[in-house]
Design a protein around this ligand. Structure first.
Ligand SMILES: [Zn+2]
Length: 641
């Protein structure tokens, strides 16, 4: 039976440091799955927020010279702003310093206390301030914290304990009876591994003599609540537990999403806390691996590794989203590098996806005057094949997404993009255009319909790209507001007009560090990125003033790793031209060369140097830049026509 509600949470992020790539990945996954389930017709709710109490926050605030509240306000604001800037559509952003959250934490503490599952006792042990926990002798390394390598102090104090040990057998049974409770399976096994040893009771308080920054225990205000016991409760306090409408509707379908480092609090503490408080446990705990930063493969010439957020600025949010969601097998670790991101961008996005749209609409424009024909009835095995391949997406993507296997959903979509590219190659519309107008319309109609349906499937993963594709395909509205059961059906569709537009993902030449989004007049990228540029009239072409120029001086632009400042003679005048060719052409090799420039390009200033013209270049088979030069010496300043 199809579930009609979907509730997903990210961990609430600890405000001891600003957002980083790991946080971004988790939040992007939550955004993607909730967008997907909304398209599938479910009511979705996506919760994120910040965790703001504890020793570490008090210390970080002291170091920053701020009060804990001012510090938490500032860092929490950075998280919220980052997610907003990244277009992540959460429904609620909860903060553990909000009064409504504190009330729920105290209510749950009181309930468990009243039931006799919280007791007061002596406790002594080796304590790490950084970890906010006691260590057993066995866990320490030479008397030091295994994480921080700092000496541990023996701390003896009285505290409150949650009788977690009492629920060990219940939890083992629950995990065994519900194979999907913690997933993927490796983490279920890891949780069962923790439970092979006797489960100890959990110390849930900190004396206020040592720590003020926390939620006071309702039954003893000399103590504040241990930060994990406080933080985990956000998942129900955000829903207005116990009586809120959100809690009643959403909690039964709750799914948590975490990185593997916090498996123990979510897989062991939290279910036992819920059970002790008489609250049903969550449905699924979805656990992902780590991103390993492959610094060796990050852009070396720059001398600095770009963070994923900076990479989003450089290559676009959707390219980053695609890379993160496709590259990581959910549950396993994956390597992050700029090189790998650019590899996926060029191969999967520019070539496969971008080229399919561009070549299809190019032919619609050239052969059908820009009118997209209805798909009509399939007439050949190939027509039936592409229609069926696209229709089968529904089930394979649903299965993958239900299990958080986002990489597999993308694989399924990309295999259909391949099918569509092969369909065009096999049906050869450019030949049909010469002899069979009916077949031509049918083939391009089928391809456009396949593209339309696939755009819907892409939209949870790459919302901006899907919007652009939707528009190019002449459709109104946004796929984000569509539904698989309506717009996702293969249909005959009425004839409509395609919209002209630029390539979705221009190829990136990492060696030249020349993303096509850069404002510089980049020679080369245009040639490679638009194999199916729309036709232009001769008058339009004549508006370009192309001239042969001779390079008379060349030097690297100060402070730039890719720009060369050229002085180009056009016969009667000399031009200052800036070109992104430094990595391919050392300046001293350029002097004397004849080149072709667009002489009437709007002047611009790059790194403080004026550029009046753009030189033409292409790429060779290895993607290296080659300059366009006259076949033999031309008159300097000659018009190219
Ligand atoms: Zn530590």
């Amino acid at each position: 039976m199809t579930e009609q509600l979907f509730y997903v949470t990210t961990p609430i992020y600890y405000v001891n440091a600003p957002p980083h790539s790991g946080h971004a990945y988790t939040t992007i996954v939550a955004d993607t799955v909730s967008r997907y389930h909304r398209l599938a017709g479910r009511r979705t709710y996506f919760l994120t927020g910040t965790d703001e109490h504890g020793d570490k926050i008090a210390q970080a605030a002291a170091r920053a010279g701020e009060t804990p509240q001012a510090y938490a306000d500032r860092i929490s604001g950075m998280f919220r702003e980052t997610w907003t800037r990244m277009g992540l559509r959460f429904d609620q952003f909860i903060r553990t310093t909000e009064p409504r959250h504190k009330r729920v934490v105290q209510a749950i503490l009181q309930k468990i206390h009243d039931a006799g599952d919280i007791y007061f006792s002596d406790y002594g042990g080796l304590y790490c301030v950084g970890c906010e926990r006691f260590y057993t002798e066995k866990e320490t390394v030479d008397g030091k914290c295994p994480d921080h390598q700092t000496p541990l102090a023996y701390v003896k104090e009285q505290n409150y304990f949650f009788r977690m040990s009492k629920y060990q057998d219940w939890l083992i049974r629950h995990i065994q009876d519900n194979p999907e409770f913690i997933r993927p399976e490796r983490y279920r096994n890891e949780a069962l591994g923790f439970l092979r040893d006797p489960l100890e009771d959990l110390c849930i308080s900190r004396p206020r003599s040592r720590l003020e920054w926390g939620i006071p225990l309702p039954f003893d205000d000399r103590y504040v609540t241990y930060v994990w016991f406080d933080a985990l409760i956000n998942y129900v306090s955000a829903l207005d537990y116990p009586d809120g409408a959100l809690f009643r509707s959403l909690w039964p379908v709750a799914q948590h999403l975490i990185a593997k480092d916090i498996l123990k609090p979510h897989g062991i503490y939290w279910p036992t806390m819920l059970h002790a408080a008489g609250i049903p446990v969550y449905r699924h705990l979805n656990v992902h691996g780590y991103w390993l930063m492959d610094e060796a493969k990050m852009s070396k010439s720059r001398g600095r590794v770009l963070s994923p957020l900076e990479l989003a600025d450089k290559y676009g949010l959707d390219a980053l989203r695609y890379f993160l969601l496709r590259e990581m097998v959910f549950g396993l670790d994956a390597n992050f590098s700029e090189e790998a991101l650019v590899g996926r961008l060029n191969a999967d996005l520019a070539n496969n996806l971008g080229n399919l749209l561009q070549r299809t609409l190019g032919m619609v424009d050239r052969f059908l005057g820009g009118r997209i024909p209805p798909a009509g009835d399939p007439a050949s095995d190939a027509d039936i094949g592409i229609k069926r391949a696209v229709e089968e997406l529904r089930e394979s993507v649903e299965t993958a997404m239900a299990g958080f296997a986002l990489h597999r959903a993308l694989e399924a979509i990309w295999s259909r993009l391949d099918t569509a590219n092969q369909y065009i190659d096999g049906e050869k519309p450019w030949e049909l255009a010469k002899r069979d107008a009916v077949a031509l319309r049918r083939v391009l109609g089928h391809t456009c319909e396949a593209l339309r349906v696939m755009t819907l499937y892409l939209s949870p993963f790459m919302p901006t790209t899907a919007d652009r594709m939707w528009l190019r395909l002449g459709l109104a509205g946004s796929p984000t507001d569509a539904r698989f059961d309506v717009e996702g059906r293969w249909s005959g569709a009425e004839e409509r007009s395609a919209q002209a537009g630029e390539a979705l993902f221009p190829r990136v030449d990492l060696a030249a560090e020349a993303p096509a989004t850069a404002p510089a007049p980049q020679a080369g990228t245009e040639v490679a990125s638009q194999p199916e540029a729309p036709p232009v009239g001769i008058d339009e072409f004549r508006r370009l003033d192309l001239r042969v120029g001779q390079i008379v001086a060349a030097k690297a632009v100060r402070g730039s790793k890719k720009l060369v400042h050229l002085t180009v003679s056009l016969g009667g005048e000399e031009r200052s031209v800036v070109a992104g060719i430094l990595l391919h052409y050392p300046p001293e090799t350029l002097v004397g060369k004849q080149i072709v420039i667009v002489a009437n390009l709007q002047p611009t200033t790059l790194m403080g140097v004026e550029s009046r013209g753009m030189l033409l270049a292409a790429t060779d088979a290895d993607g290296k830049l080659v300059l366009v030069t006259p076949e033999r010496t031309a008159a300097i300043g000659a018009k190219v026509k």
